[in-house]
Design a protein around this ligand. Sequence first.
Ligand SMILES: [Zn+2]
Length: 124
Amino acid sequence: MKLITICPHCESKVKVKAFLVGDRLDLAKAKGKVFEMRCGNCQSRLNVDVDDVIADSDYTVPIVSGLSLIGAIVITLFFWDVGIFAFFTLVLPIIVASSARQNQRVKIRLFNDLYYDSKRLRIP
Ligand SMILES: [Zn+2]
């Protein structure tokens, strides 16, 4: 999961750097309700409200999927003689990728549904 906001001047996506932030309340605690940033594209100074920050998916899922596929192929080749391990090549990456995707989707929805001002969960 990555956090972004849209620059009001050039409408490009600006990445918000935040460490271990689960929702907008965390973000407000870490950076303040409104924090200053600079747009990497047009260099203008932005006053970003935490409610204007959006969670988006990053490359975690494709990277995790790729690594688990490589891992599964290695396991299968290593245990090739045993035979029964061959199904890991197919099953392991699917399980890992879908749980990573599910995990990220939940985190993104949690962040995007909870607004600092309303202080309540909005059920879509
Ligand atoms: Zn900009």
